[in-house]
Design a protein around this ligand. Structure first.
Ligand code: X8Z
Ligand code: ZN
Length: 624
């Protein structure tokens, strides 16, 4: 097998799409059974099914090699920013789009999907993926596709090549990395210094502003030509949902955690006021008070629970290796040597002059064995969580890369599942029994009351504080942005309206419209109209965790240990290995017994809610 992989892509693998693969699996093991069932499947197949299968085979044969080349070019452009790499990335992407969005592909997909009643479910699923990929780059508008591809590569280069410059009176200019800005916002107790770092974090929005406006128009133009209301509607369609349904879902999730968020907001405001020796603000929290550039999570607020402390003596390599050990302990394989060889896991040496994307990501280069991650790991709690998150993507890739899953369905049950898996292991890796067992629990943290730990979990990572940002601010801003209901001259105003309403956070002073605060969030530029993935992923994470702790481990969900438990691994692999071959609602219901709901998430924090109400007694809660 290994030999074959290193020689490149095996054509026979391409050809295993749709029912062809299913039939091969059904008959596997018995030589005679294989040919009989394959023959029976062939005989029973309506002619249109055969046409569809041939179409899909040819599509994969044509598109996959171009996609692999394009992924390689994007990887190079993201890990070593230069004009030449950016141009190569755009040119490789154009080649994919030329094939994937070809007029014939659009016409044939729509013709075949018009006869769904005669098609196999797996075939329909693959055709839907082909249809959505074509809608991203319709060959009917080649000039617009080209313009968009180039604008995207340019925006990525502007973002990834940006240098922050911190100017402070009486000090020489500094050029902090994104990691350094994050550290300052977590650790500094000096409000002037905090403001300086917060403001410098927002300077990247200005050069990104023209590009994001142009990208919005190009993305919309293509999506509308393909019959979608706008680009946001096209991205949501991957869930089989409309924009209105997605917004209603996100609003429901945000509403379910709102009472708890309001209590956390009131508590944090007073805790921070004490920390900065300032008066608690009457309503919203000033953005530069919070320990994150967007207020999307609030780490380090709980006194006595210093989650960074255990990592002080550790190396950056330890972070990645310990995350791998967690997955391996559940029965997942060790990461392939190529992962360690080809990934780019640590900060670039500033002396090297090399610039790389500063945001973590996981890559499935060839939809087979070539999996990589791009990170800038430092030994601290934030990167500990992020490393578990990224390896969740990697183990998802590995689990569904098997012959039974057609290439076109080597994706998550939906994109939110992909985000939720690593976060789930991140949640598990933050449980005290596990931390204690691997020596990552300081005596102070061990002695701290359980509610302090719960509080830290609610504030940090993808959790309670995160939902108003993900389901609220980001999702609503992008919906409005692509629908055109926010004027070009009012992007900051529109952004801060949402931040204020959903998160109860206010900017420290005027935000001129020459800046562009939404574009400081990487996903707005390079993962557009998809942030609800993280909101839904967060909710799924708590659903899965609740099931694993109660039904599999028979342990308290707030005090449990997955490490070394093969049953947990088996349960997870049962979901991961399906890829996108099944409807995500069904996968979730079968795995947990429930449809999508924040119920287990709210239940997880029930004791915290009671505690917060006590702490906040007599204080105004909310910010309106
Ligand atoms: O972007 C990410 C991952 C990569 S898929 C690190 N996350 C979101 C963010 O950083 O804004 C994980 C949580 C939310
Ligand atoms: Zn992710």
């Amino acid at each position: 097998m290994k030999d074959q992989e290193s020689r490149g892509v095996d054509r026979r693998e391409f050809l295993r799409t749709g029912i062809t693969a299913a039939a091969a699996v059904a008959g596997a093991g018995t030589g005679a059974g294989l040919s009989t069932s394959a023959a029976m499947a062939a005989a029973a197949r309506p002619p249109i099914e055969e046409v569809a299968e041939t179409f899909l085979e040819e599509y994969v044969r044509d598109v996959l090699p171009l996609m692999v080349a394009s992924n390689e070019a994007s990887w190079t452009a993201s890990t070593d920013v230069s004009e030449a790499h950016s141009a190569a990335q755009a040119s490789a992407m154009e080649k994919v789009y030329e094939k994937a969005g070809a007029r014939r592909v659009i016409e044939e997909t729509s013709r075949l999907l018009g006869q769904k009643d005669q098609l196999d479910d797996l075939t329909i699923r693959q055709l839907e993926k082909v249809r959505l990929a074509a809608a991203e780059a319709p060959g009917t508008l080649p000039d617009v596709v080209r313009a968009r591809t180039q604008a995207e590569a340019k925006q990525a280069a502007t973002q990834d090549g940006f240098t922050y410059t911190l100017k402070r009176e009486g000090k020489p200019d500094e050029h902090p990395s994104a990691n350094a800005i994050d550290r300052a916002l977590i650790n500094s107790r000096d409000l002037d210094e905090r403001l300086a770092y917060w403001q410098v974090a927002k300077t990247i929005g200005e050069p990104l502003r023209p590009g994001i406006l142009r990208l919005r128009d190009l993305r919309n133009q293509l999506a509308r030509a393909m019959g979608f209301d706008d680009f946001f509607a096209l991205q949501v369609a991957d869930y089989g949902m409309t924009t209105a349904e997605m917004i209603a879902l996100c609003d429901r999730l945000a509403a379910e955690v709102k009472p708890l968020y309001a209590q956390l907001h009131a508590w944090a405001k007073h805790a921070l006021a004490k920390r900065y020796k300032a008066e608690p603000p009457a309503g919203k929290i000033p953005a530069h008070w919070l320990p994150n550039r967007w207020g999307q999570n609030w780490p380090g607020l709980v006194e006595g629970v210093d989650m960074d402390a255990p990592f002080k003596g550790k190396t950056k390599e330890y972070i990645a290796e310990q995350a791998e050990r967690f997955y391996v302990s559940l029965g997942f394989p060790k990461l392939p040597p190529s992962f360690w060889r080809k990934s780019d896991l640590y900060p670039a040496d500033p002396k090297s002059g090399r610039k790389k994307n500063s945001h973590a990501s996981a890559w499935h280069i060839d939809l087979r064995e070539d999996v990589r991650s791009l990170m800038s790991i430092e030994p601290n709690n934030e990167w500990f969580g992020t490393a578990h998150h990224e390896l969740g993507h990697i183990y998802y890739y590995i689990s569904y890369s098997r012959p039974e899953v057609p290439y076109l369905l080597r994706a998550g049950a939906n994109r939110a599942f992909h985000e939720g898996v690593g976060d789930l292991i991140g949640l598990a890796s933050g449980q005290r029994p596990y931390l204690k067992s691997v020596g990552l629990l300081t005596p102070e943290a061990e002695a701290a009351p359980a509610v302090n730990f719960l509080l830290d979990t609610a504030l940090d990572g993808s959790s309670v504080v995160f939902l108003p940002f993900a389901a609220g601010t980001m999702t609503h801003f992008e919906r409005d942005f692509y629908a055109g209901t926010i004027a070009d001259a009012k992007l900051n105003e529109g952004w801060w309206d949402h931040v204020g309403a959903f998160q109860g956070i206010a900017p420290p002073g005027d935000r001129p419209e020459t800046l562009c605060d939404p574009a400081t969030k990487t996903h707005i530029n390079d993962d557009p109209a998809q942030y609800y993935d993280y909101a839904i992923g967060t909710v799924i994470k708590f659903q899965l965790h609740d099931h694993i702790a109660r039904e599999i481990l028979k342990q308290d969900p707030r005090d449990c240990n997955y490490f070394g438990d093969a049953r947990v691994g088996e349960f997870l692999r049962g979901i991961l290995r399906l890829g996108a071959t099944r409807d995500w609602n069904a996968v979730l219901r079968e795995a947990t017994g429930e449809s999508l709901t924040a119920r287990p998430m709210v239940a997880y924090f029930e004791p915290l809610m009671e505690w917060l109400k006590g702490q906040n007694a007599g204080r105004p809660v909310g910010w309106q």
